[in-house]
Design a binder for this molecule. Sequence first.
Ligand code: GAL
Length: 405
Amino acid sequence: MTNKLLLSLGFIAAALVLGGQAHAQKFDQLAKTPQLGWNSWNTFACNVNENMIREMADAMVSSGMKEVGYEYINIDDCWHGERDKQGFIQVDKKNFPSGMKALADYVHSKGLKIGLYSDAGATTCAGRAGSRGHEYQDAVTYASWGIDYVKYDWCDTKDINPKSAYATMRDAIYKAGRPMLFSICEWGDNKPWEWATDVGHSWRTTGDIYPCWNCEHNHGSWSSWGVLPILDKQAGLRKYAGPGHWNDMDMMEVGNGMTEEEDRAHFSLWAIMASPLIAGNDLRNMSEATKKILTHKDTLAINQDKLGVQAMKWIDEGDFEIFVKPLEKGEFAVLFLNRADAATTYSLDWAFHYMKDDISKHEIFFDKKKFNWRDIWSDEKGSTAEKLTINVPAHGVRVLRLIPQ
Ligand code: GAL
């Protein structure tokens, strides 16, 4: 081979690599703050149909959820029919007789966005057609329907490489040309926080959630988890979260059977941990208490703070823990968590405490720097110049917002 020929082959190879890289991106402007929405799985599992989804979009508006920032209506597993002769995915015609485009148009007409679920393997977790080998076809199909969000699961993936499987779908979505938020769901098995910042907009950190405070629900070969086990599995992950790439603690179980206090704690914890907040209850018939929790503006403001820093555990006293989330303008959210079965009273003399966050580079000497605080649920007010004595209900939280004096 002549040198000239070698040189041109080299150029071609370099161009191919660079060309490949040019497509290797996700849509950058999405999920600058954690995504807010609703997903069908926790309540409906495989029982999804277009009427129910339409009603859920209506309820997101009429309940006031849209007004406070919820945006996505996500259809989880089981919307799929068969692939056609060319391999394009079809909807389940019985449950979605008007087709996905019409449903997306309806959701958009309400000022909301719509999401779908697929899987990196040949079949989804419920045994429907997965995207393996059809990634580009599926992304183009979703784009043509007007889909805004893709949750991508990890069942039936055999020995495929997670990083490349998720990057392939990311590239397919980018190539399809419609901004679709890419939500990685491989349960944290392959530590996506270490490799997915440029791949997805969020990644599940754990297996599935279960509506209980502190349980493991055993399904045989796998378990689902209550609020506290999921919280505890976030240890060490906060440094990986930030605008455009969040640790996803799973769709919420607010309104799905826990006590009101537990629901409030669950919601507050997911919010302060900067997790996506995806409701998983039936929005059409929420109790007033559930609605009040899901639409609580001050909690949502903590979750949606533009700094995009996940809370850190500041003080750990076993059953009593204090989390701190740095916010914009030098403010902080402080969450007192009582994991125990009995109410407790906690005393905190701020002046004797020091808070240092290596990730966001904040440090507070509470003897020197004073804050006014407000309890975001009860509206009680105070100052860090005075010792705090706070009652925290069993399985509950209190959340203060600290504002520099
Ligand atoms: C699981 C996933 C759930 C739900 C379900 C659908 O793997 O974690 O959130 O999507 O599959 O079959």
